[in-house]
Design a protein around this ligand. Sequence first.
Ligand SMILES: O=C(O)c1cccc(C(=O)CC[C@H]2O[C@@H](n3cnc4c(=O)[nH]cnc43)[C@H](O)[C@@H]2O)c1
Length: 221
Amino acid sequence: MENVQRAEEARCLIVTSVEAELEAVKRGLGGSERFHILVGGVGQAAAAASTAAALALGRYERVITMGIGGGFQGAADIGTVVVASEIVAADLGAESADGFMLIDELGFGSARMTVDESMSRRIAAALTARGIVAAYAPVLTVSTVTGTADTAAALVARIPGAAAEAMEGYGVAAAAKLMKVPVLEIRGISNAVGPRDRDAWRIKDALQALEAAGAALTGVI
Ligand SMILES: O=C(O)c1cccc(C(=O)CC[C@H]2O[C@@H](n3cnc4c(=O)[nH]cnc43)[C@H](O)[C@@H]2O)c1
């Protein structure tokens, strides 16, 4: 009952994939009741289902998918933040002898989801004002964590300007679109996108960046 009341009062729904991300964002929000945070699970399907259920049960002005993510070389370093300028389902499509085709080319809708641009820009600016390096650039949604330099290069060639990849954004955005609620995506960077090296992931740094993003949100939402 307490949770339902809080959801009704909150203006903004935040969806993370795991508990550690939720805790980091919560620390940053500092107890603000304008936000309702839930753990939606890893991957697009879990994130979409959780988001759709929450949006069906409560009234929200916007939804933000937040968590750690991989940063593309030269675009987003570990410990920095990427605020999505668009959310792109980068591996949703078909392979062909001539290369990869996004679903746009297949005629099944679009792999690109529009974000709440003015709010996203304001959040990136608020982070910069707090001394946090924050890029405003496309964030890719993938079903498989990139593990080779070749795949990283292919993704950047497919979506020029991409700064980060993660696994939930497009799912959350699909649910938000269905419910006609604006969406945003914010990622604290934990690792470089490229050859798999799990020992090199700096989750603590990424969670700190996420906490800073949570704090920045309270100033603009
Ligand atoms: O082990 C931990 O302590 C821990 C704490 C927080 C989060 C995690 C996760 O593994 C979260 C999984 C989540 O991470 C996103 N992610 C991070 N890096 C990448 C990447 O390079 N490519 C794709 N996804 C990435 C993703 O959204 C997962 O849901 C562990």
